[in-house]
Write a protein that binds this ligand. Sequence first.
Ligand SMILES: Nc1nc2c(ncn2[C@@H]2O[C@H](COP(=O)(O)OP(=O)(O)O)[C@@H](O)[C@H]2O)c(=O)[nH]1
Ligand SMILES: [Mg+2]
Length: 488
Amino acid sequence: MTTSIQNLIEEARLSARALYDFGESLFNPTLRLGVTGLSRAGKTVFITALIHGLTRGGRFPVFEAFATGRIARAHLAPQPDDGVPRFAYESHLRSLIEERHWPSSTVDISELRLVIDYQRQNGADRTLTLDIVDYPGEWLLDLPLLTKGYAQWAAESLALSRAAPRLHLAQEWHAHLATLRPDAPQDEQATLISAKLFTDYLRACRDERFAMSLLPPGRFLMPGNLAQSPALTFAPLDVPGDGTAPEGSLWAMMARRYEAYKDIVVRPFFRDHFARLDRQIVLVDALAAFNAGPEALHDLEAALAGILDCFRIGRGTLLSTLFRPRIDRILFAATKADHLHHASHDRLEAVLRRAVSRAAARAESTGAAIDVVALAAVRATREATVAKGRDRLPSLLGTPAPGETANGEIFDGKTEVATFPGDLPADAEELFRDDAFRGLSSAAADTSDFRFLRFRPPLLDRDGTDEPTLPHIRFDRALQFLIGDRLQ
Ligand SMILES: Nc1nc2c(ncn2[C@@H]2O[C@H](COP(=O)(O)OP(=O)(O)O)[C@@H](O)[C@H]2O)c(=O)[nH]1
Ligand SMILES: [Mg+2]
């Protein structure tokens, strides 16, 4: 009963907002594009490259409206939401171009408005307002919590933590958990310790050696201003799925805080941000999973299934669809494709397609067109053929970031080197077998099958102009899918 009331209130709010958005977009066609992905997937770099490319003229042959010259001008405008941080485009661009450093990492939502003046194919002049919303994929993976009670979430989290390689990382937390009785009186100290050990476990899973993706609740790893609050101080207990928590028990306290997390963190995100998106790009760092090992790839697949589920939950309610179409396009993009030779770009795409299609088959229809691309928003490498003995090997030239190591050598961040990244298999299916390849989660760095170095951003060819274009891979394909149809 309470949930249905909650739903009603939610819908009312949703539709008031939707009505406002709708009114605005009547006079001023607006597209709200969500850019998400787990932390370090490449959101900041993607958005910086998108804005730079559209406002300063990138090379986008496949992005039709742009390539044919129908886009007259694109410029930044004040964003619509006063309570959301502005995407720090100028400083991100400066670090990329001037300092050749990747932008510093951000963990919050941010937004930027881009106004595109273009000519329709029939010659009429029009304007499209593109609101770009950058938000952590970790928040998205929290949405399924809305449909789960504490007991179910606890059982699922425990089951996950009992499989390799998580089991090993969860040892300390499990040991503490074994000392807790769910029906014992509520106990703040025990809860604090439990939450801390559980959070340490989540953080260890996220380490690049393991690169796990499915780690809700997302705010445990990026608490922001909620750090130390009760809504972030709870953990799974071993409780029966069908029982009820005795009043005043540890279990009841954990369950109450779990519900508080949903109220304070998850619902507002759903209502204020997620439900207002028209289009979505989900950035995926598949290479991090290849570095880590097969378990990381399986975990990524499960996370993608979770994400697709969100879009199903996110389908507009009757009221809100009256005013605003629900998300009608979702693009999954494997980022950092510049770490692979071009012969492997299609293969990277095939891996992601394979991961998403299984997930899509499990999730009910999302009602949206889904596509997959392998891209590099900013290409940090060039290709070359290097003679090695009698062989001529396809290789990548780039400047490894300072501190990166390969074959015992530590790079200083100044020297360009040729690397042989290795190829992905022609059949994507091969990578999904349990022991398909060796990664850092089970092997030393020099014996793992994939090892992708971090390169510095490219040295740009300025051609005598102040404003160089950023090299990319298949970035224009992503743009064509995400906004091309709205510029016809
Ligand atoms: N080579 C290369 N590296 C990238 C690219 N995009 C992101 N990266 C790397 O991934 C890191 C995280 O990217 P960022 O955009 O900050 O991720 P976010 O946390 O999702 O916003 C960067 O610091 C770069 O090292 C790309 O297009 N090419
Ligand atoms: Mg970011």
